[in-house]
Design a protein around this ligand. Structure first.
Ligand SMILES: Nc1ncnc2c1ncn2[C@@H]1O[C@H](COP(=O)(O)OP(=O)(O)O)[C@@H](O)[C@H]1O
Ligand SMILES: [Mg+2]
Length: 597
């Protein structure tokens, strides 16, 4: 959260509503407040004011910002921010001390400070565990006193963040003393925006309230203008300011940035922001242009490396921008005070300039990965190489970023990165060699990511593409697994003939020698058979037994466990719970981990 440090104008109503929500949370009631409003209207400012008051009242405030990263987003970005803030306050041990043993392994997927990431097991379960642990952490914190969790700019939230947020808000009854505040740009929410369904869903939860933050009124505009220029504005000045900005504080500030009303009002509001930057010295503007090609926040060292200026020269060049409130600075680096200012500067760059700047960011990060926060380098590189039109390097870093997202259980983001790899494949020479994997393997990884991300249609398309490239006679096991995956996706999509794929998979994967692939296709085929209306229970049991046997022969314990669950399902309708128990007792690892009834 960034503030200009000036006095807050107006906003008594929204502040009172937030205070009331915190009080309700303090009484043990669940409470979430959604704050919508156009860019620059003062959402962050309101929330930071409220955060100050909450701190004074003894609450802990956790803040996470969603970043404008476009497609190659950083999964769980705001929650990583929250965890990072907590680690700063309490130390990694202080945070892990609040969690059940081993839980830090899930957080380590998000933040390297937590040590070694948990071993990858069943991906769906690992994700559920990560969500659960975030819940436990918040529960523990709110047991110690009131907590305000602020998620800023949810219109930029990645899919994983949206999922986790919905999960937490839905579970809020278990989180006494926690208030969740979410801000978003309501003017960005076009008809198909991904936040819309989430907002609709949240609207149905009784404890979620919504504030639409409007622009300042005319008298409030006069007050803000007076505070900026240091005296009451005349009627004509006020009319110009109010007419031009319609009471949006960001634009009021930009219009009056020079201490008075700029002469010759620019045409568009964007030009207004550009004009406030143009008043700065040329060397300051040059650094701002560079910074605009970076993320919202750039570290001191990163910006120094990209501009080629040393720390002192950089600080000197940027001082006027900080004084003019275009940039804000903190211990870590610089950030544009508002992303609209960054956008305005960025949009002034010529295409050639932009390509070159992104290339410089990528070179710098590639040469020294510590210039970006731990774990961020692949995502950053994927972004900058892509924007810098260095396609071969973009492909390699997208492949790495995909692997990282997979480890972080962020399948939607993994799918975005894999899609980029596929999109670049034909545009670069020797793609397979550069990532050490063939095209079908990328498609296979994308099918898995699509399945986990709930993008079933896309998964079917990817699986079909992969099957089209594979020689099933030469690689029957591989083709079998793809058919199995496509069949499962077809089931999710309620496609009429999805069982064809499952049967074809069983036909294709040879029974000898025994293999995990054989066991897996049998297990799914067996499990699926009881979905069919009027299924034959003897046949169902026989298939399940076949799957258990194949898994045992292949030494595939996870599939064996899943097949045993299926077999138990086959037994129970006949009444033999006893028999089901004895089946589990016979399994090497006890009851199966995956149940998909
Ligand atoms: N009520 C207000 N009083 C004074 N300044 C404000 C007020 N609301 C916003 N501002 C200033 O306007 C600018 C934009 O506000 P910000 O909170 O960043 O907008 P948003 O988060 O809605 O995009 C900031 O510099 C902020 O300090
Ligand atoms: Mg904001």
């Amino acid at each position: 959260m960034r503030t200009s440090g000036s006095v807050l104008v107006g906003r008594d109503g929204p502040l009172a509503a937030l205070d009331a929500a915190l009080a309700a949370a303090g009484r043990g009631q669940p409470a979430t407040v959604l704050i919508g409003g156009e860019a620059g209207v003062g959402k962050s400012r309101l929330v930071s004011e409220f955060a100050q008051r909450s701190l004074v009242a003894g609450a802990r405030v956790l803040t996470g910002e969603c970043l404008e990263l476009g497609a190659g987003g950083l999964p769980f970005a705001p929650f990583i921010g929250v965890l990072r803030g907590l680690v700063r306050d309490l130390g990694p041990d202080g945070v892990t001390g609040m969690l059940p043993a081993g839980a830090a392994g899930e957080f380590a997927r998000l933040l390297p400070e937590f040590g070694q990431p948990a071993r990858p097991g069943d991906p769906g379960e690992a994700r559920a565990r990560l969500f659960e642990q975030m819940l436990i952490l918040l529960e523990q914190l709110s047991d110690r006193g009131p907590v305000v969790l602020v998620i800023e700019d949810a219109h930029w939230a990645d899919q994983s963040t949206r999922d986790l947020l919905l999960f937490l808000i839905r579970s809020q009854r278990a989180l006494e003393g926690l208030l969740i505040v979410v801000t978003y740009r309501s003017d960005e929410l076009h008809r198909t925006h991904a936040l819309r369904p989430l907002l609709a869903e949240l609207g149905r939860i009784g404890w979620v309230t919504r504030i639409e933050l409007g622009t300042l009124t005319r008298p409030e505009t006069a007050e803000l203008a007076a505070r900026i220029v240091g005296r009451e504005p005349g009627e004509d000045v006020l009319a110009a300011v109010y007419g031009r900005t319609e009471g949006n504080p960001l634009f009021i500030e930009a219009l009056l940035a020079g201490g008075e009303l700029s002469i010759g009002l620019p045409d568009s509001l964007r030009d207004l922001l550009v004009a406030s930057v143009r008043r700065l010295p040329e060397e300051t503007q040059a650094v701002l242009r560079v910074a605009s090609a970076g993320r919202e926040r750039s570290g001191h060292a990163l910006l120094a490396a990209v501009t080629g200026l040393d720390d002192a020269a950089l600080a000197q060049a940027l001082r006027p921008a900080v004084a003019a409130n275009v940039l804000v600075t903190d211990a870590d680096g610089y950030a544009f005070r508002h992303s609209l200012i960054r956008e305005a500067v960025h949009d002034e760059l010529l295409p050639g300039e932009l390509t070159q700047l992104h290339g410089r960011f990528a070179e710098a990060i590639d040469a020294d990965r510590s210039l970006v926060p731990p774990g961020r380098a692949p995502v950053e590189l994927a972004h900058h190489w892509h924007e810098g039109h260095e396609l071969s390097r973009a492909l390699v870093s997208a492949w790495q970023a995909a692997a990282d997202s997979g480890k972080a259980l962020a399948y939607a983001e993994q799918l975005v990165m894999l899609s980029r790899v596929l999109e670049l494949w034909d545009k670069v020479p020797d793609a397979a060699r550069s990532i050490g994997t063939d095209h079908v393997a990328v498609l296979e990884a994308a099918v898995r990511a699509a399945e986990m991300a709930g993008e079933f249609d896309r998964g079917v398309t990817l699986a079909t593409a992969a099957l089209g490239e594979l020689d099933a006679a030469a690689e029957p096991a591989r083709a079998g697994l793809l058919l199995k995956a496509r069949g499962m996706l077809g089931l999710q999509l309620r496609r009429p003939r999805y069982t064809d794929d499952l049967e074809e998979a069983v036909r294709l994967v040879p029974a000898v020698p025994p293999s995990p692939e054989r066991a897996q296709v049998l297990e799914v085929w067996a499990h699926d058979s009881h979905h069919h209306p009027g299924y034959d229970s003897a046949e169902f049991r026989a298939r399940a037994q076949q799957a258990v046997a194949a898994a045992r022969e292949a030494g595939d314990a996870a599939t064996e466990a899943a097949a045993l669950v299926t077999l138990a399902t086959a037994e129970v309708p006949g009444g033999s719970v006893q028999r089901a128990r004895s089946l589990f007792a016979g399994s090497p690892r006890g009851p199966g981990r995956r149940s998909r009834c």
